[in-house]
Design a protein around this ligand. Structure first.
Ligand code: UD1
Length: 417
């Protein structure tokens, strides 16, 4: 079983290039199914979730080629409308393929995305919205059998929560539906705007992405296009916390600084100096970090739930008490138990976690139980005295491209064994 070996307390310095956003790449790959031509996606990260999305597209019958950061998808040969159970379970976001498959093939057979990494992750908003748009969905024995008896039609959809995945699924389904779809209380994450930009380049008519109301006028056909995936704001935030906890100065480049706006105030509150440039951010950490009074995870443009764990790792060494309130997922504190092994002082009560900063962390053996929780363990390990061993690397590989290589290039003593 592979693990990361970290000898902590080394300072980081230099510049790290941030890869393309996982959470953009996956819906873009799903959306490419709608196109009547080849789609070329540049800046796709080398992540296991992207490998899974490629496997799904190939299973559906698409031709997919991958060279370095480019994924080229030819969806014209798609003919299968099912996603095998093991691929649905490998990646919860495989549900994002549902709208694209029914739009393309008038039928889809999927199982429920499995597991319970962050607590229950229902898909009721996806299903009720697609039903409104003319998809007949039968849920039987953990299986979703979806047919489109009379064609897809536009609808007014009022989301009870601005779900990122549901907003994406609706946008994708609406592009080739008859008439207009209005999504009220839509998610506003940058990945939603990236998806709209891609689809509009293919000939879709989507207005308002990035706002709470999105309108999609159905069109008859989409072409292929070339698209550059936006940078991964969560990977960027993770490297910023790594700089902060190790007292380092680091340049995080190939980013869209505006997308980090919800995270930057937390870093500033901890005493870091954050300088913004056109496509990079320079972070200079103080000698001693200060506490962050309170962090409440919220839909964008609020503080991202995906950055909660790495930022919490950072506050374990901050002077004073920091408080976290997790509002998006029910069970997103699985990293806490492992941070305690490293000497952190954290108490969790329901959705609230209270971190009392300690003077030092000490290396230990820890195990990642989810992607961002795993990143938090790496961040803490970088500042822990002695050796930290991090297991559960398959979680990290879902969302960080060669995290150990990038950190080692910056001066960290970290390797995969
Ligand atoms: C996406 C991101 C994930 C991020 C999350 C919130 C991708 C691939 N993943 O996940 O990294 O943590 O946004 O920013 O983009 N919900 C329902 N019913 C539904 C759908 C969602 O109740 O049908 C609830 C969820 O259980 C959760 C909340 O809504 O409590 C947010 O989920 P959602 O925004 O849908 O997250 P994902 O799209 O799964």
């Amino acid at each position: 079983m592979s693990k990361l070996l970290i000898h902590g307390t080394k300072k980081l310095k230099g510049e790290v290039q941030i890869h393309g956003a996982k959470n953009s790449t996956l819906p873009l790959m799903a959306a490419s199914l709608l196109c009547a031509g080849e789609c070329v996606l540049h800046n796709c990260p080398a992540l296991s979730d992207v490998d899974t999305a490629i496997k799904i597209l190939r299973h559906l019958g698409c031709k997919v080629e991958r060279t370095a950061g480019d994924v080229v998808i030819n969806p014209l040969t798609a003919k299968n409308y099912d996603i095998p159970d093991h691929l649905m379970r490998e990646m919860r976001s495989s549900i994002i393929f549902l709208g694209a498959i029914v739009s393309r093939l008038d039928r889809a057979i999927l199982s429920f995305p499995g597991g319970c990494e962050l607590g229950p992750r229902p898909i009721d908003l996806h299903l009720s919205s697609l039903r409104k748009m003319g998809v007949d969905i039968r849920e039987d024995h953990g299986c979703l059998d979806c047919v489109v008896p009379n064609g897809l039609k536009g609808a007014v959809i009022n989301l009870s929560f601005p779900s990122v995945g549901a907003t994406e699924n609706i946008m994708i389904t609406a592009c080739l539906a008859k008439g207009k779809t209005v999504i009220n209380n839509a998610a506003r994450e940058p990945e939603i705007s990236d998806l709209a930009d891609f689809l509009n380049s293919c000939g879709a008519k989507i207005h308002g992405a990035g706002n709470s109301t999105i309108c999609v006028e159905g069109v008859r056909r989409l072409t292929g296009c070339e698209h550059f995936v936006i940078p991964d704001r969560i990977a960027a935030a993770t490297f910023m916390t790594a700089a902060a906890i190790t007292g380092s100065t680091l340049t995080v480049s190939s980013v869209i600084p505006e997308h980090l706006a919800p995270v930057i105030p937390a870093l500033e509150e901890s005493g870091c100096q954050v300088d913004l440039y056109d496509s990079s951010i320079r972070i200079s950490a103080p000698k001693h970090l200060s506490r962050i009074k309170s962090i409440r995870t919220m839909p964008y443009p609020g503080f991202p739930t995906d950055a909660q764990a790495p930022v919490m790792a950072m506050t374990t060494l901050a002077e004073g008490t920091s408080m976290f309130v997790e509002n998006i997922f029910e069970s997103r504190y699985k990293h806490v138990g492992e941070l305690l092994r490293l000497g952190a002082n954290i108490k969790v009560e329901g959705r609230v976690a209270v971190v009392e900063g300690v003077k030092r962390l000490s290396g230990a053996t820890v195990e990642a139980s989810d992607l961002r929780g795993g990143a938090a363990l790496v961040v803490a390990g970088l500042a822990a005295q002695g050796t930290t061993e991090v297991y559960g690397l398959h979680h990290l590989d879902r969302g960080y491209e060669s995290i150990e290589k990038n950190l080692a290039l910056l001066g960290a003593d970290i390797r995969r064994v």
